[in-house]
Write a new protein. Structure first.
Length: 220
C-alpha cells in the first residue's frame, strides 16, 4: 500500500521541473481548447454554416490526434524537452494563419497543423512526468493531464469575459500567442535522463526475499 509520505518523497527531487511541466501543459491546453471554442463563433460570424464549422473542428481535432502520436514517437528519438518546446513554438504561426486565412481550403490546412502542433507535446508531457517520478507514475501523469486540463478549463471562463470586452478575434490572437510563454518555460525543462532519482529508487525496493537473503548472508 502506497503511503502519502512515500508519494511526497518521490516527488520532492523533481518538484520544480514537475511544476514547470504542469504550467507548460496549462498554457498549451488553454491555447488549444480556447482557440477551438472561439473559432466556431468566428466561423459563424464569417458566414460559415454549423456543418462547415463542425467539419473545420474535425480537421483541427484530427490534427491533434495525429500530432499526439507523432510527437510521442519523435520524442523517443530526439528527446522529450526538444519536442515540447519546438511543437508549442510552431503552434503559434499555425493558429494565427488559421485566424487570418480567408480561403476555406487553406483554412483547413492551417487548422490541421495548428491542432497537430498544439497537441503534439501532450503525450510527451505525460511520458516526461512519469520519468520524473517513476515510483508513482500514475500520480505523476495526473499533473500534465488532469491538473493542466482542469486549470485551463477554469481559465476559459476568464477568457470568455475578455472576449465580451475586446472581441472574439482579439481574444483568439491572445490565445494564439500565449504558447510563447510556454516555450520559455519548456526551455527550462531538464534534458532526458537528467532527473534526480527519488529516495526509493536510489535505495531500491525492499522486499521480503531481499530481507531473507541479507539475513542468510549475515548467518554465513
Amino acid at each position: 500500500m502506497v503511503r502519502m509520505a512515500d508519494i511526497k518523497a518521490s516527488f520532492r527531487p523533481n518538484l520544480w521541473p514537475m511544476v514547470n511541466l504542469t504550467f507548460v501543459g496549462i498554457i498549451r491546453t488553454l491555447s488549444g481548447v480556447g482557440f477551438a471554442t472561439f473559432f466556431i463563433l468566428l466561423l459563424k460570424d464569417r458566414g460559415y454554416s454549423l456543418q462547415e464549422g463542425g467539419d473545420m473542428l474535425f480537421i483541427y481535432q484530427g490534427g491533434a490526434v495525429i500530432g499526439g502520436f507523432v510527437g510521442g514517437w519523435t520524442s523517443d528519438r530526439i528527446g522529450r524537452a526538444r519536442v515540447i518546446w519546438t511543437t508549442i513554438l510552431l503552434s503559434t504561426p499555425c493558429l494565427l494563419g488559421a485566424l487570418y486565412e480567408e480561403s476555406s481550403s487553406l483554412l483547413g490546412v492551417w487548422l490541421f497543423f495548428g491542432g497537430f502542433m498544439n497537441m503534439a507535446s501532450n503525450s510527451v508531457s505525460v511520458a516526461m512526468a512519469q520519468e520524473m517520478v517513476p515510483d508513482n507514475a500514475g500520480t505523476a501523469s495526473s499533473f500534465p493531464m488532469g491538473v493542466s486540463w482542469g486549470a485551463a478549463g477554469a481559465a476559459l471562463m476568464v477568457f470568455g469575459s475578455i472576449a465580451d470586452k475586446i472581441g472574439v478575434v482579439a481574444t483568439m490572437e491572445i490565445l494564439a500567442l500565449i504558447p510563447l510563454i510556454a516555450v520559455l518555460l519548456a526551455l527550462l525543462l531538464p534534458g532526458d535522463h537528467r532527473f534526480k532519482p527519488s529516495s526509493s529508487t536510489t535505495q531500491g525496493p525492499h522486499t521480503p526475499s531481499s530481507s531473507k537473503q541479507s539475513i542468510s548472508e549475515e548467518a554465513v
